[in-house]
Ligand binder design. Sequence first.
Ligand code: FES
Length: 575
Amino acid sequence: MTARKKPEDLRSHRWFGADDLRSFGHRSRMRQIGYDADDWRGKPVIGIINTWSDINACHAHLRARAEDVKRGVLQAGGFPLELPAISLAEPFVKPTTMLYRNFLAMETEELLRSHPIDGAILLGGCDKTTPGLIMGAISMGLPAIFCPAGPMLRGNWRGQTLGSGSDVWKYWDEKRAGKITEADWADIENGIARSFGTCMTMGTAATMMAIAEALGLTLPGASSLPAADAGHPRMCAVAGRRIVDMVWEDLTPAKILTPASFENAIKVHMAMGGSTNAIIHVVAMARRAGIALSLEQFDALSRQVPVIANVRPSGAHLMEDFFYAGGLPALMKVLVDKLDGNAMTANGRTLGENIARAEVFHPDVIRSLDQAIYAEGATAVLKGNLAPRGAVMKPSAADRRLRQHRGKAVVFRDYNHMAAEIERDDLDVTPDHVLVLQSAGPKGGPGMPEWGMLPIPRKLVRAGVRDMLRISDGRMSGTSYGACILHVSPESFVGGPLALVKTGDEIEVDVAQRRLHLHVSDEELAKRKAAWVAPAPRYERGYGRMFQEHIGQADDGCDFDFLEHGADVPEPEIH
Ligand code: FES
């Protein structure tokens, strides 16, 4: 461990400690806010990056939680300053929050860099906020703790539990099939989101919060704490106290994030039955830390780790139940022989030390390795002539018969085409067809929206069909389910093979063999490629233009090329 910092080593000392004109200005403006030298002199300044906003229901409590963090920071002799950042409310931000994940990452990095900040608390949890905040914090390199927003309470409808997303899709199909009434649907709308906090199924939010904990970037147990539990504000206060010490210890993300910690996180993701979206985010976070991860590594780890969290959509329960069952520390305890217990974490102890006392209290919710709900991990990586750089699938959430399947394609050239066709009663489609959606990738969507769980055609829903093989270059919500092959790379918008598929072509999928094959000859594909015309860019100006010019493909983590790990960015000059 490096020697503890001295007050004059603090980054913020450059703003407040010098005897010059600019420092006079900084100090006098702090006094204007109502602070005195006793507030800042010799103290680590902790930036609280807060993704609270009026429109983000998942983060409605983060304004209050920032106060809990401040309480902790003050108790430990630090100086807290709250800095708001883009909120990225998953249900509301269009065309998709994924268009803005890198925006939040840039904002986080530059908020920390441009202000007199020595350490950071990151408040987020709704899907893209976790990777966005962490990517920015990694690139800035200051000590940081991620405080997860935590899952909301279980949904309730007539005494049945309702899960975010998963039960929306389920009952929407029941409504389309005429099995529930408009009044039922209205009651479900009332009961499905009962408190602040993130989606409480194993969606992207729960997955990414768990991954942040497995990486060592949260306090132990923080990711499973329900948002409405009194332990949640206590966790935030502890994080406030701890970050002050982390600054003195100079415990930066670079000292926590190693290939071993990323391997731990991927194994936890697999055991949780986590969202497919996590692959993109983990690749992006690792690359920010200078660690290359390939889809093959995910696949190899997937084969070693069974799904043991019995949480929807792969399982039966919800995140509140997962918390009562012991939470993430208990799950990691079950996996202990597969994890590297020496990995360092934010509280200054190793992962092995943190989980030493953890126990499983409900063995149906957190299963033992020999009672797994799916023998392999959450995400399979498929390759073939349809996806030369890979595609992903969540076989644990798919109908068993579709894990090995060959069928004729029904191709939709974009979302609007799909939406118009899917409700047609004369659509030529059977349960054995393969639905293909083009133009849903990083550049084509744009922003790789969560369109990958294509709706089952209405005439088949009415006939009782609930799963079909679906393929796209988009993503799907972690709360979604079904035989959906996603993230096909390279995407159709840039001329990947997905752009060349025609209705009637045969597609074969074999999950056990990790194979995704388009039964069209190489000669015919070359002919189609030669005739393919690149679509016009989606944006002529603004952030969208920057996005489309710099966004990477899914297997590269969809980061901007200029934000990836590389040369250091200099500290700002103060003149
Ligand atoms: Fe925020 Fe699902 S909508 S986590």
